[in-house]
Write a protein that binds this ligand. Sequence first.
Ligand code: PLP
Length: 346
Amino acid sequence: MIDLRSDTVTRPTTGMLEAMFKAEVGDDVYGEDPTTNRLEEKVAKLLGKEDSIFVPSGTMANLLSLRANTQPGDEVILDRNSHVFLNEGGGGAAISGVQFFLLEGDRGMLDPLKIEQAVRDPGDYHHPMTSLIWIENTHNRGGGCIYPPDLVKEISHMAKKHNLRLHMDGARLLNATVALRIDPQEYTRYVDSTMICLSKGLGAPVGSMVAGDREFIKRVRRFRKMFGGGMRQIGYLAAAGIYALDHHVERLAEDHANARLLAKAIAQLDCFEIDPNNVGTNILYFRVVEEKLNPGSLEEELRKNGVLVHRVGSNFFRAVTHLDVSRQDTLKVISTLKQVISQLSL
Ligand SMILES: Cc1ncc(COP(=O)(O)O)c(C=O)c1O
């Protein structure tokens, strides 16, 4: 199977498994796991923050970031297609106690003026307190869209003006920085907190990192324990994360090139709608023209022919390239698509 449903489906490479096997471990809840400590230092340094913390998932990283940046009842301003709003089970409301003020972004990118208009009057006690602005980079539903660093800078100025904190859901932050060939700190210097996922394009089996200043990470550590995310001999998993950061960052460019190749091929097929110029990283969305092709049959026939894609809506599909999809696999997907369409076209 060539699995394009998500970049979360990767399996550890032999090198990564060897690193995991050799990891030195201890009890991380006591702060005694040397490999996890090493990973946390490494990520803090990479992101230019005082500290970072290993957590089980991107969803928990976001949940903790919501909780530690706010007080229950606060309001968070974010794009209406944010992953934390659409796909994290409502944990922001249920567990972290915040409410969301949703804005219509441009492929997920927020307009600082619209944010400013959404900030509540802190002097009016009828209003919830706005305390956090939330941005997602790259933006998943925006099609792997990359935040321009200057826009993040502008949003950060606006946040400071209103005494708000700024968090970046950077599940795929390194996809953005590799695509732009910039240092991650070109983004992270503008945000109070961020998270990155080790278990997406980077290819680790588990884990995400939250980064921020020392006091913030202390708070996250307390809430991680409260939420049941304190783990013991996780050095085995941290070793996979260290390996991923050492070996799998620069290669994200290959995933981006494969996604562009696939998008261009899809754009040439008249039963699909896609703008290949909007594919900046490893995620692409496309629509099936239903008069020309049945979306359900497409999904099924692709599966039968060894290709998995994610059907997000009735005629709306997502394909994501990653470590386990080579250039040859991408070419195979293109030829399979053409073959399946020739059989199914109405
Ligand atoms: C932008 C973004 N944030 C957070 C997450 C959550 O990560 P996880 O699946 O590890 O919980 C995802 C998952 O795909 C994501 O795309």
